[in-house]
Design a protein around this ligand. Structure first.
Ligand code: SAM
Length: 214
C-alpha cells in the first residue's frame, strides 16, 4: 500500500501530488501568518546556500523556497522539481527567472545528471512521497549532488499535545498527524549521507541536514 499525503484525488501514478496549485499558494501564504519569508529564509541559511551554488528544490510546489534559493545564489542557479504539472506551471508563472527554473519530475526518479548540484532542499514534501519510494528519493538526492554537497530536508513535525494532534488529524489528515519525521535522518544515513544535526525552522518544521562525503 502506498501511503502518501494527498490533497483531493490526483489522477495518475503520483499519489502525493497536489494539483490545486493556486489554492496551495494562497493557503501557504496564509498559513505562515506573515512568517513565510523568515521561515523559508531560515531553510536557505541552514543549507548554507552561497552565491555560486547550484540548488535543487525537490517537491518545490509553487516555488517559493526555490526562488529564495535563487536569490541567495545570484551566480549559480536554482531548479525546482515537482510531480504536479499545474504546480510547475504556477511556479513558472510566478517565480521563474534568469537563474530560477522549474521541471516536472518525480523525486524518486529525477531526470537530472549525476553530481550536478551543490545543494538539495526539500520542504514539506517528503510526507507526500509514497513511503515505499522515500528511500529511492533520498538515493536520488545523493546521486545528483556533487561530493561535498549538502542536503536540507524540512518536513512537518506533528504536535505532541492530544488536542493539537486531534486538530491536525481532523484538518490535515492522519499522514500529517502521524508524520514520522524521526525516520528522515536514518534514511539519509542509509542513502550514504553523513547526517548532521537536526534543527527547527519553526515549531512545525523539523529539519535534517546532511552532507555527501568528498
Ligand atoms: C505540501 S507541498 C510543498 C511545496 C513546497 N515545497 C512548500 O514548502 O511549500 C508538497 C509538494 O510535493 C509534490 N510531490 C508529491 N509527491 C511528489 C513526488 N513523488 N515527487 C516530486 N514532488 C512530489 C506535490 O505535488 C506538492 O507540490
Amino acid at each position: 500500500m502506498h501511503k502518501a499525503h494527498s490533497h483531493g484525488k490526483p489522477p495518475g501514478d503520483a499519489p502525493g501530488a497536489i494539483h490545486q496549485a493556486r489554492a496551495y499558494e494562497l493557503l501557504s501564504a496564509l498559513a505562515f501568518t506573515g512568517s513565510r519569508r523568515r521561515i523559508f529564509g531560515r531553510l536557505v541559511t541552514l543549507a548554507k546556500v552561497s552565491a555560486g551554488d547550484e540548488v535543487l528544490d525537490v517537491g518545490c510546489g509553487p516555488g517559493y523556497l526555490t526562488s529564495l534559493a535563487a536569490q541567495a545564489a545570484p551566480d549559480g542557479r536554482a531548479v525546482g522539481v515537482d510531480v504536479s504539472e499545474p504546480m510547475v506551471e504556477e511556479a513558472r508563472r510566478k517565480r521563474a527567472g534568469a537563474n530560477c527554473s522549474f521541471l516536472v519530475g518525480k523525486a524518486e526518479a529525477l531526470d537530472l545528471p549525476d553530481a550536478s548540484f551543490d545543494v538539495v532542499l526539500s520542504s514539506l514534501a517528503i510526507h507526500h512521497i509514497p513511503e515505499d519510494a522515500r528511500a529511492k528519493a533520498f538515493a536520488e538526492m545523493f546521486r545528483v549532488l556533487r561530493p561535498g554537497g549538502r542536503v536540507l530536508i524540512a518536513d512537518f513535525q506533528p504536535p505532541k499535545g492530544l488536542l493539537a494532534r486531534h486538530l491536525v488529524g481532523a484538518t490535515a489528515g492522519e499522514t500529517m498527524r502521524d508524520n514520522p519525521v524521526e525516520r528522515i535522518a536514518p534514511m539519509l544515513g542509509d542513502a550514504a549521507f553523513r547526517v548532521g544535526p537536526t534543527a527547527r525552522a519553526s515549531w512545525f518544521l523539523h529539519c535534517v541536514r546532511a552532507d555527501k562525503p568528498l
